[in-house]
Design a protein around this ligand. Sequence first.
Ligand code: 5GP
Ligand code: SF4
Ligand code: MG
Length: 458
Amino acid sequence: CGVFGIFQHEKAPELTYFALIALQHRGQEAAGMAVMSVDGMHSHKGLGLVSDVFANGELSELSGVNAIGHVRYSTAGENTIQNAQPITVATHRHHLAIAHNGNLVNARQLRIGLELEGSLFQSTSDTEVIAHLIARSGEEEMVSAVESALQDISGGFALVMLTDDQLIAARDPFGLRPLVLGELDGSYCLASETCALETIGARYLRDIEPGELITIQSDGIISRRFAEPRQRRMCTFEYIYFARPDSDIDGYNVHAVRKKLGKILAERHPADGDIVIGVPDSSISAASGFAEASKIPFEMGLIKNKYIARTFIQPSQELRDMGVRMKLNAVRGIVDGKRVVLIDDSIVRGTTIRRIVQLLRNAGATEVHLRISSPPYKNPCHYGIDTATRRQLIAATHSVEEICREVGADSLEYMTVEELMEAFQFTGPHEHAPFCNACFTGRYPTDLPDQEKDKAGT
Ligand code: 5GP
Ligand code: SF4
Ligand code: MG
């Protein structure tokens, strides 16, 4: 998901809208906005793209100088309007709206406890658990209530919250999900990625620290820690696939990291070929790095239809399969008679790449050598990126050789976790790197209480 918030700006709703468009790649299932105006909290949300959700003048009905917004990609809870965000609640004292990127690993446990104590839930989303914890904390001050809730939750989260007179933000203690602070015309804003700041003309100030809780109010900004500093565990998959290449996360530019990954691939996992092709859009940076380092020419051998949303987001396998066909086309004039080195950022289920290899062969490619700019994706993410279960992950159940055969490539190589860490200039044992690599290594930085419960229950 993607989150955004802005405080005391006369164009708050419009700026939130444009920022959400810049974050659209982070989720296409639902979008929404909450605005605090003189007569209370107003919100609008719906299923689909930002431009669809606000297609009928809904934006002009939202007025106010403080706003937050959300684009959704469902990891916990189904894709229903009830699960769209921001979530808004009114207690007898306060209004509160919450936008959450990430996934909690103890939401189910907390929810069971809350229900036993009488809480009624309207959605299946883990974010509503946070709302209940805040509402029930018994603290006078809103920020203390938030702080108390943050102490109960565990997992990956970047939270942006709107109260009657504050904008509050928090990043989980490991820094699994990204969140940045910016400034525009003297107003503070918060966003999942720097590309949203740049889109609205805001200046990047800094990344929110892991375990940091920020309160922005009319007399300024207050920063505090709600958790002890931990070893930082920024999600590497944000760099590999999820984030936009023009964004910087924790000091690393996403495109530069991808390009470096391509270079490392070319050096350690070379391939003989006539041309290098990247799967658009997310693998173009890595392919350019591979081409530069291998001195094999980079070509646009696959063209993407820009008007089709990311296939992964399609809820069923059938729709995903069709999505791939509508989305990509191989260029015969470039590919015909060539040995192709094909770069992709990741293989999750294996569906996409199998089709792409087939497209290239149909367009005349004589050989297809597949190189992946990440290690084998073997373990489900519990922190807000992936929806696949272990059973669906092709690398969890197949060897590299079997995957190669399964997707129909002539050769297949992945990079190692150590090589991945080198792209961040980290050369020690990867266990000590300030990154989460759990989907590759199975070493999750947090306990997984909801998962443990599953095992115990079966
Ligand atoms: P699959 O192997 O599941 O057919 O698709 C993998 C491709 O989907 C990769 O090329 C990657 O660029 C893209 N992708 C889209 N969304 C996601 C996601 O949430 N997680 C992962 N791992 N890959 C995704
Ligand atoms: Fe990112 Fe993978 Fe860790 Fe999930 S498990 S937070 S996708 S690195
Ligand atoms: Mg891809």
